[in-house]
Design a protein around this ligand. Structure first.
Ligand code: GLA
Length: 409
């Protein structure tokens, strides 16, 4: 009987190992750089040698990540999005990099970034084709997971174009088991809720947590404030349903940071950083790191902002007040290594367009900050510090943000 009991426990452990995501990865929201938002599917390296999706682009960006402080700040994954592969699999049915744009092959690129201390991510698609029409993984799930692992892939973004959304829950789980079976620690970024939620269905987040380290919940980001607003509005509308599923190891993903590109002003860029940090969202930049302006770089590298995003509690902040087109966000954060929710990050995000800074005043109680001795306040972007014992007053720029850290006294 004792032996039977032991066998049963052993069997349960083995089954548990292969059916649940237990890779110990992404204990804080993943950070990195991905090409899609800035470079999309540009494949013409003759016309646009510095902007086409090629090994040269990723080597250049990896160099900048390592040399310009991004890696040190925590941005440690470089992720190759769609359009990297050849249109045909090789004679052994394996995916291969496009021979013109990735002449050294994907393993060589992985080695290159690894040598800089950066981890390597790669896009794939659960369906028959990728969203841009390259070969998908359906019918090759195991082979593709093994191929990625053999190249040294540390992060897979598995998209869901050209597949049936009803099969995704089981199909992604199957792919996740193949990833686990390779024995290589690989962050698994899933896109299946994006397909279900944009079709008005509610995804099964309990299932997602068992399979994925992060998941795209909603539609693609585009290079505009209006899309940042629309994505944020959707996440706020569904925050009661989504936020409880955010925790170390598994994260809601509102898509890439577009900071430093064409569409956002300085204040709007600060606002996107503020929202993404408060949401404990993955911080995946998608910007030309060679030509980025110092002001945009400062936003991405802001230590306090990143620390709030990376807070070990991993709690997704929520909007607690929405008034006069301004959202007030609150995210509990740790205090000096304590595991209690004693300190907070606060964000005031304005969607106004009336040209003046909007003055707001709240008592600590109204913000749910109940420490009798008050809080030490830090303005994340200006560096200003003060003590609040009864009220917090801010002036919020139109389509911009005020981002505060309130540390318990
Ligand atoms: C989908 C994804 C994007 C990007 C493209 C690539 O639209 O949501 O993030 O990966 O596919 O084709």
């Amino acid at each position: 009987m004792k032996t039977m009991h032991k066998l049963l426990i052993f069997a349960l452990l083995v089954v548990g190992r292969v059916t649940c995501l237990d890779n110990g990865l992404a204990l804080t929201p993943p950070m990195g750089w991905m090409n899609w938002q800035r470079y999309r599917c540009e494949t013409d390296c003759v016309k646009y040698p510095d902007e086409c999706v090629s090994e040269k682009l990723f080597m250049t960006m990896a160099d900048r990540m390592a040399a310009d402080g991004y890696l040190e700040a925590g941005y440690n994954y470089i992720i190759v999005d769609d359009c990297w592969s050849a249109m045909e699999r090789d004679e052994e049915d394996r995916l291969v990099g496009d021979p013109i744009r990735f002449p050294s092959g994907m393993k060589a690129l992985a080695d290159y970034v690894h040598n800089l201390g950066i981890k390597f991510g790669l896009y794939g698609d659960y369906g028959t084709y990728t969203c841009a029409g390259y070969p998908g993984s359906l019918n090759h799930l195991e082979l593709d997971a093994q191929t990625y692992a053999s190249w040294g892939v540390d992060y897979v973004k598995l998209d869901g174009c050209y597949s049936d959304s009803d099969t995704m829950e089981a199909g992604y789980a199957e792919y996740g088991r193949y990833l686990n079976a390779t024995g290589r620690p690989i962050v698994f970024s899933c896109s299946w809720p994006a397909y279900q939620e944009t079709a008005g269905e509610h995804s099964n987040y309990e299932a997602l947590k068992k399979t994925c380290n992060l998941w795209r919940n909603y539609g693609d980001i585009q290079d505009s404030w209006s899309v940042v607003h629309a994505i944020t509005a959707w996440f706020v509308q569904h925050q009661d349903r989504l936020a409880p599923h955010s925790a170390p190891g598994h994260w809601n993903d509102p898509d890439m940071l577009i900071i430093g590109n064409f569409g956002l002003s300085l204040e709007q860029s600060r606002a996107q950083m503020t929202i993404w940090c408060l949401m404990a969202a993955p911080l995946i930049m998608s910007v030309d790191l060679v030509n980025i302006t110092p002001a945009m770089k400062d936003i991405l590298l802001n230590k306090e902002a990143v620390a709030i995003n990376q807070d070990a509690l991993g709690i997704q902040g929520e909007v607690i007040i929405y008034t006069n087109s301004i959202q007030v966000w609150r995210k509990p954060i740790m205090f000096q290594g304590s595991d209690k929710e004693t300190s907070y990050a606060l964000g005031f995000i304005s969607y106004r367009d009336d040209g003046v800074k909007y003055a707001m005043e709240y008592t600590l109680e109204e913000l749910g900050l109940n420490n009798p001795n008050g809080y030490d306040i830090l303005d994340v972007f200006t560096g200003m510090e003060w003590t609040a014992t009864s009220k917090i007053k801010v002036r919020v720029p139109p389509s911009g943000a005020v981002f505060l850290k309130a540390t318990v006294r």
